[in-house]
Design a protein around this ligand. Structure first.
Ligand code: HEM
Ligand SMILES: [Cu+2]
Length: 842
């Protein structure tokens, strides 16, 4: 079918039929089945609502704290309650709101901005969402039973290992790790989305700024969260099995936690800030009525901020007695990050200056947010100066600083984003009048609440204390802060009222109300589930402004995939750099499998919290079976025909494997994250070695070199067998394929056993000292990954036997081979470190 057929007189009927087929394919399920939807517009919206609910919860906790602190020696809350509340407030805001909301907004909007029908793995988004809800409710619920964690949002040992014996810390470690896994899943999806699901013609220099930012942020999540997950693993092992990673009396070191936490924690600040600024980057050109000034600069600055932010973590540790040289370097680097941040702000301001600005509540929140953020940035530069930080550390000055950055850099822009995108999502508009009330209430309330904190901090009020004596003379400041917090809260209530109030009598907003230039405004009012009527060709950064007759052509189906002839959900996959169409991707539809997968995965983490390990194992088994079923039935379908006409005379393959395929990219990206977690553990090993004289302790034997060498050899054979399996499958040499798989399975399992046998046969006791403990962690990590690699072998064999993998349609084995590249690297590093290093150390 090509464009010409549409334009003849008889085209209209055909158009309706094709639109109907498209609608059928993308229809959202109704009644209770509604919840089985996996479409980005549904999942994204639920995600936004859920994250906002957690935000309100965290906000209520904040108000409770402010009531307690309003007057000296108050007994509204006990010390114990206060500790739980501030810990939960920080943790909920960071892990259950700030990161998820940005992923939520991206899941909701990114495909629309890219003119795609959906993200490449809709079920993965749904799974991530349900994991998030289950984990979030579990973590938040703990506070109603008085068992919430009390270690602050950064959970420093030894407080959290020696002195907090309840389940609180375990809830934090396991519950939040679970959510971090979900965050990484969403990040993988978003990266592949930006790289592979752009519309034809949208080369790198035409990508909407939002998508650039999300790409940077998702990559940051990929490298920032795994170190924290590695730290969580170590701390949970210490808490449940008494392996002494952070126990100084047995060679451990609490500083390792601080490093791992802040290697995550500092980038985290930018992970929550950049996506919000990304919203601003979409809003500013629309209200300035002109393209963004300095597009290239902004992209470079965003990438630069991303890189730099991984080199700043030590500024959170200035007071821990580190060598002066590292303090100097990290102090300078922390100030340097103001440069790319400044560039972005200047570009926004320049755009507003040269444009013809139309006033609106969106813009109010945007500007209010930027102004607030700048103040927070300035106090940030102050605390980056180490001698100043020595004074301000752990006082309310820091609480003031961090909220200026977080609320100015995140909350205000997100509210601006809600005002901006509300019509695109709901078809209705928010009230400008209520919006102004909400804005001024929030802005004034915020400053009244948080500005005095700088002063009370400098006067000596420490953070994280449940009360203070009248003699400290900070009572007035605290009372003002509390009043301000309630004014801020009133602003949110107005905003919320406006969002939730019935708008039945309000007429529908016109399509593209703000007259914006980017693709997400193609959304029809009321919205259609298919996203775009046809997937456009893009030649401008603002196609709705610059490309003539663009909307009409999209709506008339003149572009790609205007039909769903086979009744299946389809979207285009394009090449990474030039966005040339390379595949017609079929994506799966509604399912409840993802819910079960999430429930059972949640079971593993939640049951482990209470040390019900057998129940956790059973839950894990069910999770495993559900996920396998999901992969088996929902991925790498062999299509009924090889190629498909996608419109405009272009024919594309339906099935591709290797580096063209989205699945390959997902595996590659996931493995980068996995390797990062592993490298964090290896970092732990060398951290102990370089900072401790008793590592390894005198008289310890280590795992020897023989068994690690055997393990490496056998796993290398497993790797070669995987390569052979891929080759023989491609040559349709069935016997060779199955023989290679059997060989791979046997050798790899032998290798996994051998890697564990080394420390075992040398009687390395992981509770005695940190040295045997970290060796066990590295070997255990490796063995577990090998077992997973073996499961993948068996899976491929079963796929081939069932006719779901063929010589041509070989994505399964190709992706598994990719996994094995990383696995071989992991094994080699483990064996070299555990066997080679003790020889050097002696
Ligand atoms: C809604 C208004 C808010 C108020 C009134 C508020 C109030 C407070 C107060 C009083 C503390 C200090 C507790 C203490 O040290 O004893 C605190 C800590 C904190 N807040 Fe907020 N906050 C608000 C919003 C937010 C937001 C939106 C975020 C993040 C996106 C956030 C993140 C944090 C973090 C990370 C901490 C540190 C917790 C810790 O020390 O472990 N807050 N907040
Ligand atoms: Cu930092």
């Amino acid at each position: 079918m090509n464009a010409d057929e549409f334009s003849d007189a008889s085209g209209d009927d055909r158009l309706d039929a094709s639109a109907k087929r498209l609608l059928d394919a993308w229809r959202t399920p109704t009644r209770w089945r509604y919840w089985s939807a996996v479409n980005n517009s549904e999942v994204g919206l639920w995600y936004v609502v859920a994250s906002f609910t957690f935000f309100l919860f965290g906000g209520i906790l904040a108000l409770l704290m402010r009531i307690q602190l309003a007057i000296p020696d108050n007994d509204f809350l006990t010390a114990d309650q206060y500790n739980q509340i501030f810990t939960m407030h920080g943790s909920v805001m960071m892990f259950l709101f700030a990161v998820p909301i940005l992923e939520a907004i991206s899941i909701l909007l990114l495909p629309e901005m890219l003119g795609a029908r959906d993200l490449p793995f809709p079920r993965l988004s749904a799974y991530g969402f349900w994991c998030f809800v289950i984990g979030g409710v579990f973590v938040c619920g703990s506070i109603f039973f008085g068992v919430a964690p009390e270690g602050g949002w950064f959970m420093y040992p030894p407080m959290t290992t020696e002195y907090q014996t309840g389940v609180g810390v375990d809830i934090w470690l396991l519950g939040l790790s679970f959510i971090e896994v979900a965050s990484i899943a969403a990040a993988v999806e978003l990266i592949v989305g930006v790289l592979k699901c752009r519309p034809p013609g949208m080369q790198l220099n035409l990508i909407p700024l939002y998508a650039w930012y999300i790409l940077v942020v998702a990559v940051m999540i990929l490298f920032a969260f795994p170190p924290l997950i590695a730290g969580d693993l170590l701390m949970e092992l210490q808490r449940s099995l008494d392996w002494p990673f952070f126990d100084a009396s047995r060679g451990g070191d609490p500083m390792l936690w601080q490093h791992l936490f802040w290697i995550f924690g500092h980038p985290e600040v930018y992970i929550v800030f950049l996506p919000s600024i990304a919203l601003i980057a979409m809003i500013v050109p629309t209200f300035a009525r002109t393209p963004m000034v300095g597009y290239g600069w902004i992209v470079l600055a965003a990438v630069g901020t991303g890189f730099l932010s991984f080199g700043l973590w030590v500024h959170h540790m200035f007071t821990t007695g580190l060598p002066a040289i590292s303090i100097g370097i990290f102090s300078a680097a922390s100030q340097a990050v103001a440069i790319p941040t400044g560039i972005q702000l200047f570009c926004f301001i320049a755009t507003l200056l040269i444009g013809r600005v139309t006033k609106s509540v969106c813009l109010l929140f945007t500007l209010g947010g930027l102004a607030t953020f700048i103040i927070g940035g300035l106090t940030g530069v102050m605390v980056a100066v180490a001698p100043f930080d020595y004074q301000a550390h752990d006082t309310y000055f820091i609480v003031g600083h961090l909220h200026y950055v977080l609320i100015g850099g995140t909350i205000f822009p997100i509210v601006a984003g809600v005002y901006y995108y509300y019509p695109a999502v709901t078809g209705k508009q928010l009230s400008e009048r209520l919006g102004r009330y909400a804005f001024w209430s929030m802005l004034i309330g915020f400053n009244v609440s948080f500005f005095p904190m700088h002063l009370s901090g400098l006067l000596g009020m420490p953070r994280r204390v449940y009360t203070y004596p009248a003699e400290l003379e900070v009572m007035t400041l605290n009372l003002i802060s509390t009043v301000g917090a309630f004014v801020l809260a009133i602003g949110f209530v107005i905003f919320l009222f406006d969002v939730l109030r019935s708008k039945k009598n309000q007429p529908l907003a016109p399509r593209n109300v703000w007259n914006a230039g980017t693709l997400e405004w193609l959304a029809e009012v009321p919205d259609k589930p298919w996203g775009v009527r046809s997937i456009p060709i893009v030649t401008s950064r603002y196609p709705l402004w610059d490309q003539e007759g663009f909307v009409e052509d999209v709506d008339a189906g003149h572009f790609y995939l205007p039909d769903a002839e086979e009744g299946l959900r389809e979207t285009l996959v394009t090449s990474v750099v030039d966005a040339e169409p390379i595949q017609c991707l079929r994506v799966p539809g509604p399912t409840f499998l993802t819910h079960f997968a999430a429930i059972f995965t949640g079971g593993v983490f939640i049951l482990s919290t209470y040390h019900w390990y057998s129940a956790a194992a059973i839950s894990g088994l069910f999770a495993f079976i559900t996920i396998l079923t999901w992969l088996w039935t929902g991925t790498a379908w062999i299509p009924e025909k090889q190629d498909k006409d996608v419109g405009r005379g272009v024919t594309l393959p339906i099935y591709v494997s290797g580096s063209k395929a989205v699945g390959w990219w997902a595996m590659f990206i996931t493995m980068l994250g996995d390797m990062t977690a592993f490298i964090s553990l290896v970092f732990g090993y060398f951290f102990y070695w370089t900072t401790h004289d008793d590592f390894p302790p005198d008289g310890s034997t280590g795992p020897g070199w023989i068994w690690p060498a055997v393990a490496l050899l056998m796993i290398a054979i497993g790797y070669v067998a995987t390569l052979a399996a891929r080759k023989w499958n491609r040559q349709n040499h069935a016997a060779g394929f199955y023989a290679a798989i059997v060989c791979g399975v046997v050798c790899s399992l032998g290798g996994a056993a051998a890697v564990l046998y080394g420390p075992f046969t040398h009687h390395m006791d992981p509770t005695a000292h940190v040295y045997p403990a970290i060796v066990w962690v590295l070997t255990g990590w490796t063995a577990l990954h090998v077992v997973l690699g073996v499961v993948m072998h068996v899976y491929c064999a079963a796929r081939r036997a069932a006719g779901r993998m063929t010589a041509r349609c070989d994505a399964d084995i190709v992706n598994v081979t990719l996994y094995w590249h990383f696995l071989l690297l992991t094994t080699a590093i483990t064996c070299l470190v555990i066997a080679g290093f003790p020889m050097v150390a002696r």
